[in-house]
Design a binder for this molecule. Structure first.
Ligand code: GLC
Length: 455
């Protein structure tokens, strides 16, 4: 009876109380593992692949039920001649982005690296070269942490069973069941393990892994279909420090995910699991699509995007903001404009984002504002969405403020506790309120921020 027997007993025992041995970690260890991420707050998502050619959403194969043969056209024409990841990294950095997550493979199954387990990869397109290695190098050189998105779904792999979402599935359930007899899910599970092993061994340290996604239920896919536990075990073994999203359908466990991932809407408040606030990262698009979509015109304004970043951090979360580069390999003008605007704001206000989180509950939120708070420096940031004239009332802040300034220029903001008394003033305050004396002219920035240095 050697060590391995002992370990296998251990594994069984701990499985009974839910956590496999290899996934054991104290809450303190987890907090420490996630520290860079909860500090950095702002990441860039990049959705890129051959769907940039049709330029009609990354789900185009599904939406238009495009056959493998027809979809191959895009593969045959993929040649991003202007691809320059240094330029991407420079733009990301200027926008204040601290980490990046790129689609190594999306649902269509196309791989952006030279995987030895498939032919459906960039090195077989007219472009011929691996896209991921230069990408990783460029972003790492810019001081940006690296994340990979990897689609669990695969509409190209011959062993991925037809289901309710597969664009090329036969029409009737009977036909699907029949066709699936030739599809070996076990082989597909191994394919994912092999590919993730490539991704997690050939590119140095990978900081985040975004697996996408589960849809359990009838003719869907969930943790058993993925062998989610087996997959995660491989991942953690190869990159113990990596942060993994919650889309493996292991939400019911405490160990099968690091953060939750609401997308395309803003949570009302800090998301909780069993009543406890959990780490969260919301991914959002500039327009409605993740992949480059030429004719999509519902683009969010720079103001909406800056507010989105602030609101996310004010609720203790991270924002992963998506760019969908074109098939030539560049960010289009609409994306560039927005990134520059965010960068202009971040240049002067990143102090209210990095290292910040939701303010303690005993700081009431002033009217038309969002609050963020840096627990280390003990500074409170008031993001003023609608600039009032002359004064801003801070309810119950009396005795708590040492100094106040505008963040964009470190110019002093004077404050008082007494309302101005005069026959025509209506200014009224509670006993414990503080009134900030603001310039009438709104600072010329996307969202002005007041920094309070607390007692
Ligand atoms: C959804 C979509 C996918 C996109 C992802 C980003 O899951 O299927 O196209 O990549 O959201 O989180």
């Amino acid at each position: 009876l050697g060590l391995s027997f002992f370990l296998s007993i251990q594994e069984k025992v701990s499985a009974q109380n839910d956590t496999p041995l290899w996934a054991k970690e104290t809450p303190e260890q987890k907090t420490k593992r996630m520290q860079w991420w909860t500090h950095d707050r702002f990441g860039m998502f990049i959705h890129w692949g051959i769907y940039a050619l049709p330029a009609r959403h990354e789900w185009v194969k599904n939406r238009e039920r495009i056959s493998d043969e027809a979809y191959q056209t895009y593969f045959n024409h993929f040649n991003p001649d202007l691809y320059n990841p240094e330029e991407w990294a420079a733009k990301a950095k200027a926008a204040g982005v601290k980490y990046v997550v790129i689609t190594t493979k999306h649902h269509d199954g196309f791989c952006l690296w030279d995987s030895k387990y498939t032919d459906f990869k960039v090195t077989n397109t007219p472009y011929k070269k691996d896209l991921i290695r230069p990408f990783v190098e460029a972003f790492r050189n810019a001081g940006i942490q690296i994340g990979f998105y990897y689609s669990l779904i695969d509409w190209h792999h011959p062993d991925f069973p037809y289901d309710r979402m597969h664009p090329n599935a036969p029409q009737t359930k009977e036909e699907r069941v029949k066709a699936n007899e030739k599809r070996d899910l076990k082989k597909y599970q191994q394919y994912m393990k092999d590919q993730l092993t490539e991704l997690l061994t050939q590119y140095g340290q990978i900081d985040e892994l975004f697996l996408d996604f589960s849809y359990p239920g009838e003719e869907g896919k969930g943790h058993e279909d993925w062998d989610a536990e087996g997959l995660l075990k491989v991942i953690r073994k190869l990159q113990p420090q990596i942060l993994v999203d919650n889309r493996l359908d292991l939400d019911d466990t405490t160990w099968g995910w690091d953060f939750v991932t609401p997308e395309q809407f803003m949570p009302q408040e800090w998301p909780t699991v069993n009543g406890v606030r959990v780490p969260w990262e919301t991914c959002q698009t500039f327009s409605g699509s993740w992949g480059y979509y030429r004719d999509e015109y519902t683009w969010k304004s720079p103001h909406q995007l800056v507010v989105m970043l602030i609101e996310t951090v004010s609720k203790g979360g991270n924002l992963l903001l998506n760019v969908g580069p074109t098939a030539r390999g560049v960010f289009d003008d609409r994306a560039d404009e927005r990134l520059s605007a965010i960068g202009r704001w971040m240049k002067f206000h990143s102090r209210s984002i990095y290292g910040c989180t939701q303010a303690p509950d005993d700081f009431k939120v002033p009217q038309n504002c969002f609050l963020t708070y840096n627990p280390e420096t003990k500074r409170l940031y008031i993001h003023v969405l609608e600039w009032p004239f002359k004064s801003l009332n801070l309810p119950g802040y009396k005795g708590r403020i040492k100094y106040a300034q505008l963040l964009n220029d470190d110019s002093e903001i004077q404050f008082r506790t007494q309302a101005v008394k005069g026959s025509h003033t209506t200014e009224s305050t509670g006993e414990d309120d503080v009134i900030l004396s603001l310039p009438v002219e709104r600072p010329d920035v996307e969202v002005p921020v007041i920094e309070l240095i607390l007692n």
